[in-house]
Design a protein around this ligand. Structure first.
Ligand code: KG4
Ligand code: ZN
Length: 366
């Protein structure tokens, strides 16, 4: 049995977990900073790293206690060293190095995107078949990856501007919904119609890339229509007793549902197309946006091959996925040196080198 302590601090979650054989979660502690960052409407990097400093040792101690594990029981420590926020990554990497050095344990640096992908190996009895297409969609990343074996990746495409989760967060803010926008939009969308607004889809024919900035701007322009007329007479010049211009109520549920449908439409169509073009044996979803109920349902409905998704609680940032990704690298004989450093822009695979077999993406309706 191989027991690995995973450590994750790439963004705004301080997390530690103990996982046996890359499959059995003995403990999984996540201290979220969401409430701290909520007042800024997004992650405040300097605040995040300071909070990691305060939380990292108690969180690791809790993970060891929950797992009823002794330091001598561990075989290795796996830690996220990129991509992510520099100040946040530094806290996890230095804690992992200090503990590994002090306890004489091997250290394995893990790519955060790879960790998200390996959430799919934490599902009991699931071992996705290679080769497969993996859609990684989170707050910081939106990538379509071709995976031919453990640790073997080629990048098919990715976002040209905002990550899918980032678009959810920004549109959530436009609609006045609480941060993070993804779960808030999903909740609001349940009360709205996806057909209420015809929002643009950037199909980018001939590539597996995504773009969400046009969609975000379209929502912004609709939201602005519901704000009081900027060129109306100034309030103070109105006759005494007259009413200020009525503010029309923002149809947040319909906008949320229409926006969500547009994002998911493009993500699902491109992923299914890649699976078909490349004769994949499976499709994997990964990252925070993979928790989205519409994405999960539509992917299953449209994929030509079996679809795997991590359990909801393993989609967003946690350290069990880091321990599992670290396990597969550890098994392959990989060890990091004491010079392991943070790499905020760490990539999973080389630049895009596979093009769609055919330009068969739908033509935009708008
Ligand atoms: O993977 P993650 O926890 O952190 C990063 O690595 O970025 O992903 C967080 C992102 C946020 O942008 C959040 O809005 C989004 O995942 N998210 C969702 C849902 N749950 C979280 N987006 C859409 N629908 C959801 N249910
Ligand atoms: Zn993440």
């Amino acid at each position: 049995m191989t027991l690995i302590l995973g450590i994750e601090t790439s963004c705004d979650e301080t997390a530690a977990a103990v996982v046996a054989d890359g499959q059995a979660i003995r403990s999984n502690v996540v201290e979220s900073q969401v409430e701290i960052h909520q007042r800024y409407g997004g992650v405040f990097p300097e605040v995040a790293s300071r909070q990691h400093v305060l939380s990292i040792l108690p969180v690791i101690g809790q993970a060891m206690a929950d797992a009823e594990a002794d330091w001598d029981d561990l075989d290795a420590i796996a830690v996220t060293h990129g991509p992510g926020l520099a100040g946040s990554l530094l806290v996890g990497v230095n804690a992992a190095k200090g503990l590994a050095w002090g306890r004489g344990l091997p250290l394995v640096g893990v790519n955060h995107i790879e960790a998200h992908i390996y959430g799919n190996w934490l599902v009991e009895g699931s071992s996705p078949e290679f080769p497969l297409v993996c859609l990684v969609v989170s707050g910081g990343h939106s990538e379509l990856i071709w995976m031919t074996g453990h640790g073997q990746y080629r990048r098919l495409g990715g976002t040209l501007d905002d990550a899918a989760g980032e678009a959810f967060d920004k549109v959530g803010r436009l609609l006045g919904l609480p941060y993070p926008g993804g779960p808030s939009i999903q909740r609001a969308a349940r009360g709205g119609s996806p057909e209420a607004f015809k929002l643009p889809r950037a199909w980018l024919p001939g590539s597996y890339d995504f773009s969400f900035s046009g969609l975000k701007t379209a929502v912004l322009q609709l939201v602005q229509k519901y704000q009081p007329e900027a060129d109306g007479p100034p309030l103070k010049s109105r006759a005494a007793g007259s009413q200020p211009p009525l503010m029309r109520v923002l149809p947040a549920a319909n906008l949320a549902a229409s926006f969500q449908a547009a994002v998911i439409d493009v993500l699902v169509t491109k992923t299914a197309q890649a699976a078909q073009d490349l004769n994949a044996k499976a499709v994997l979803l990964a990252g925070g946006v993979a928790a989205n109920e519409l994405l999960r349902a539509e992917m299953v409905r449209n994929s030509p091959v079996p679809v795997h998704c991590p359990p909801l609680e393993l989609c967003t940032d946690n350290a069990a996925i880091v321990a599992t990704a670290g396990f597969f690298r550890f098994q392959a004989g990989e060890r990091s040196g004491w010079d392991l450093d943070i790499v905020p822009g760490l990539r999973l695979a080389a630049e895009q080198d596979i093009q769609p077999v055919q330009d068969s993406f739908p033509t935009p309706p708008l």
